[in-house]
Design a protein around this ligand. Structure first.
Ligand SMILES: Nc1nc2c(ncn2[C@@H]2O[C@H](COP(=O)(O)OP(=O)(O)OP(=O)(O)O)[C@@H](O)[C@H]2O)c(=O)[nH]1
Ligand SMILES: [Mg+2]
Ligand SMILES: [Zn+2]
Length: 300
């Protein structure tokens, strides 16, 4: 009888689907057995765990897909355990509006987010240093883990490696922040990287789609394309939003469905007034309500 191997889908490219078999430490072109399609498994995702056999010409025939723990659509990866949200203070400039949306989205999918500031080698003048310190404090106080690194100087990469054991860990964030560079610096696997445009100060989506890079015995790192748009109204109701602003969830309001805008006896607004909740995070919450959920907010 043919040996059944366990493996994981690592990429889906123009050329086809690729699967990695840890036992053989090798990546192969993979095809699904016809009956898999009949079992109503519509689409194979990067991150899917499978069982399959190896043909004589070194191709995987996928016989079974294991149940998914989760399924992210941006990026399109299944079974994600952790996400490292990569940011920069400079080049490209920090976009905390985007970061706050991603923090909400990943909490919603129950994927633990870690906030990473890359390119700290570029944080040189006092103004930039203050900026970095300010955001580090805001996000730490809000209940997130914040790590500062430089892919270029290989600074503090060990603290990222710490999160990569026995799981699928995805690197996400805007184009040009250095996701691919960090993965190369950590794994030694060369991945195509791109310059940040001098004119727009933005990256150019060098990485297309998503792929998993094997790391150590049992870990995989997901490199994804940077994205520029996230609309939270596709995944949740406007009244659910504040529950995913971690630090807001600690306070109680008079009304159970309080949206913390103009309602009386609002614990969140009280915490904002006495400085327990940062005005940056609160304003970001209002901005998401306006932009993604079309809530009309009158400001004084
Ligand atoms: N100074 C400095 N530059 C860096 C650092 N990390 C990455 N870069 C540069 O930033 C540019 C973009 O890096 P990429 O790794 O391609 O960025 P990405 O996040 O993968 O971008 P997309 O694939 O487009 O989403 C490249 O020119 C890198 O050399 C860093 O720590 N310091
Ligand atoms: Mg990239
Ligand atoms: Zn409230």
């Amino acid at each position: 009888m043919e040996k059944r191997y366990k493996g994981i889908i690592t990429s889906k490219e123009g050329l086809g689907t690729f699967g990695y078999i840890p036992e053989l430490k090798e990546r192969y072109l993979a095809f699904a057995r016809g009956n898999l399609i009949k079992k109503k498994i519509k689409k194979i995702f990067v991150g899917d765990y499978f069982e399959g056999i190896l043909t004589e010409d070194k191709k995987i025939i996928i016989e079974d897909l294991l149940p998914r723990k989760n399924q992210l659509f941006r990026p399109k990866i299944a079974n994600v355990d952790k996400v490292l949200l990569i940011n920069t203070i400079k080049n490209p400039p920090l976009n905390t509006g985007m970061l706050d949306k991603l923090l909400v989205a990943y909490d919603y999918y129950q994927v633990e987010p870690v906030i990473v500031f890359n390119k700290i080698d570029l944080v040189e003048n006092e103004e930039d240093k203050k900026e970095l310190q300010k955001w580090e404090k805001i996000y730490t106080d809000a209940g997130y883990t914040v790590i500062k690194v430089s892919a270029k100087d290989k600074e503090n990469l060990g603290s990222l490696v710490h999160f990569l054991h026995d799981n699928i860990c995805v690197f996400a964030g805007a184009s040009g922040v250095g996701k691919s560079s960090l993965i190369t610096a950590i794994t030694g696997v060369e991945i195509k990287t791109g310059e940040v445009s001098r004119k727009t100060k933005r990256g150019r989506h060098t990485t297309v789609g998503a792929s998993l890079i094997p790391f150590g015995e049992n870990s995989f790192i997901g490199d994804t394309a940077g994205f520029s748009k996230v609309d939270l109204s596709y995944i949740m109701d406007e009244r659910e939003l504040s529950g995913f602003f971690r630090e807001f969830a600690e306070y109680t309001c008079k009304f159970n469905d309080c949206m913390h805008i103009t309602e009386p006896h609002c614990g969140v607004k009280e915490a904002l007034e006495n400085g327990e909740i940062s005005k940056e995070r609160y304003n970001s919450y209002l901005k998401i309500l306006e932009e993604d959920f079309a809530v009309n907010i009158k400001r004084d």
